[in-house]
Design a binder for this molecule. Structure first.
Ligand code: SAH
Ligand code: SF4
Ligand code: F3S
Length: 465
């Protein structure tokens, strides 16, 4: 599963099949961290006597975990709130709660603007949910949007809601200190803090014991993971490379992925750790945002085009078969055709295997909104985004074509949507492969020879190693 802001994917919780407890329906938008947060929320609520349902019509409480990254992410949520209003007309006892980044950004404005909303709970206040729900049941609208410097929900075992039972997200840190000028995340998620590594390793071990075969370590900037602890009298620190190793050592049969890496913090040490452990997947998501050093400076990204290309070179030399994906923003403030062409040329130079591509969307109160003019006309933004998408389409196709004829180890993740006789899974490089079942089951590792590809998927057949 790869959920990312622009998709505004609806992620529904599974049914815990308990009829006597009040039922909570959770709908999730935004990044993988939000998906994992919904699992934390489900865990807290189940621990307090609630059950979760995937049927909105059965719900006593409707929660929507929201994203503020671009304007259209918020528009989508407002549309959903209107729909929840209709449900509430039929069943007035239903409570509606807004969680996540919009709750944090809009605070009690949400209660004023949208009558349907009973609860507004920010990303660091989920432990308070049971109390806030009880207050709302008594007719008091509940708001808690306090951000914390410590909260990492380290002791809470998320209730896995994805149902595939094979791959899981594990949050290793929260918040972000980077202050990219366009970005709302530091305001909605607060300061960066890292989670105790022992609790991460324990969660990963528990997942492995429960049959999971892949974990994705999550953070807005995983490469700045930093933990300081005490072992007896000796102080010790754990950086991201150390943590990656600790997680890889849980079991060689457990795949390890991570997201997201900031180009300014991706060290060679991390690349060597990736190269050393077979079970750390050979894929790096390294958002570039723009190919123009001038724009990168305005974005406050703290690297140049050359620095970025230097990181790409390091990846290629230390992990030759590593795939690289990225994020790109089209039409940031003051972007000229020359800047745009620099983005296109960088894309060609790197040959990204995959990319998430967005039009710049000004977010209130960010540095860019306060100090820079959103001056690229909408139609120019659209045209530039289209050119970026078209180029990436070709690059993604080339990346897949290059795999035809090769063999890859694939983790079987589920049944193909198109055929009951086929499975889908991913290569270490994070490319999706569809192949005939050949007597295997979900959670198995198999060797697949790639026989063909479509623009979106590789196709193959299971072979002996
Ligand atoms: N922490 C990650 C990504 C967080 S948000 C990182 O720094 O790479 C995911 C992506 O959304 C960003 O990489 C960026 O490409 C995009 N994004 C963030 N703010 C945006 C905005 N205001 N307009 C358009 N795209 C934005
Ligand atoms: Fe936003 Fe930048 Fe932090 Fe990513 S690193 S979450 S883009 S501020
Ligand atoms: Fe969106 Fe918040 Fe994630 S703004 S991208 S849900 S951190």
């Amino acid at each position: 599963m790869n959920i990312y802001p622009e998709d505004a994917n609806i992620f529904e919780t599974s049914n815990t099949d308990d009829t006597s407890r009040p039922k909570v329906y959770i709908e999730t938008y935004g990044c993988q961290m939000n998906v994992n947060d919904s699992e934390v929320v489900a865990s807290i609520l189940i621990g307090n006597g609630y059950s979760v349902t995937s049927d909105i019509n059965q719900a006593d409480i409707i929660l929507i975990n929201t994203c503020s990254i671009r304007e259209n992410a918020e528009t989508r949520v407002f549309g959903r709130l209107d729909l929840f209003g209709q449900i509430k007309k039929q069943k007035p006892s239903v409570l509606v709660g807004v969680l996540g980044c919009m709750a944090e950004r809009l605070k009690d404005q949400l209660l004023e603007q949208k009558k349907v909303v009973d609860l507004v709970v920010g990303p660091d206040a989920y432990r308070e949910l049971p109390v806030l729900i009880r207050a709302a049941e008594d007719g008091q609208k509940g708001v808690n949007v306090l951000l914390s410097r410590e909260e990492t929900y380290a002791d809470i075992s998320p209730v896995r809601l994805d149902k595939n039972g094979v791959s899981a997200f594990v949050s290793i840190m929260r918040g972000c200190n980077n202050m990219c000028s366009y970005c709302v995340v530091p305001y909605t998620r607060g300061a960066e803090r890292s989670r105790d590594p022992q609790t991460i390793v324990k969660e990963v071990q528990d997942l492995f014991d429960a049959g999971y075969r892949e974990v994705t370590l999550l953070g807005q900037n995983v490469n700045s993971y930093h933990w300081e602890g005490q072992k007896g009298l000796i102080k010790h620190t754990v950086n991201f490379s150390d943590l990656l190793e600790m997680v890889a050592l849980v079991d060689p049969r457990l795949r390890v992925r991570f997201s997201t890496s900031h180009p300014k913090d991706l060290t060679n040490e991390v690349l060597y750790t990736m190269a050393m452990y077979e079970n750390i997947c050979n894929h790096i998501h390294l958002p570039v945002q723009s190919g123009s050093t001038r724009i990168l400076k305005l974005m406050n990204r703290k690297y140049t085009r050359e620095d970025y290309l230097n990181r790409i070179e390091a990846i290629r030399s230390i992990i030759p078969d590593c795939s690289i994906s990225t994020d790109i923003i089209a039409g940031f403030c003051t972007e000229t055709e020359v800047d745009h062409d620099l983005t296109l040329s960088l894309m060609r130079e790197v040959g990204f295997d995959f990319a998430y591509m967005f039009k710049y969307s000004e977010r209130p109160n960010t540095k860019a909104a306060r100090h820079l003019e959103d001056d690229v006309p909408e139609e120019v933004k659209t045209r530039r985004l289209m050119e970026i998408i078209e180029l990436q389409g070709k690059l993604s196709e080339q990346s897949k074509q290059a795999d035809v004829g090769k063999r890859f180890e694939v983790l079987v993740e589920g049944e193909s949507k198109k055929s009951k006789d086929e499975f889908y899974g991913r290569t270490s490089q994070n490319k999706v492969v569809v192949f005939p079942k050949a007597g295997h089951k979900v959670g198995d590792f198999v060797y697949v020879e790639i026989t063909d590809c479509t623009p979106a998927t590789l196709m193959g057949k299971i072979v002996e190693e």
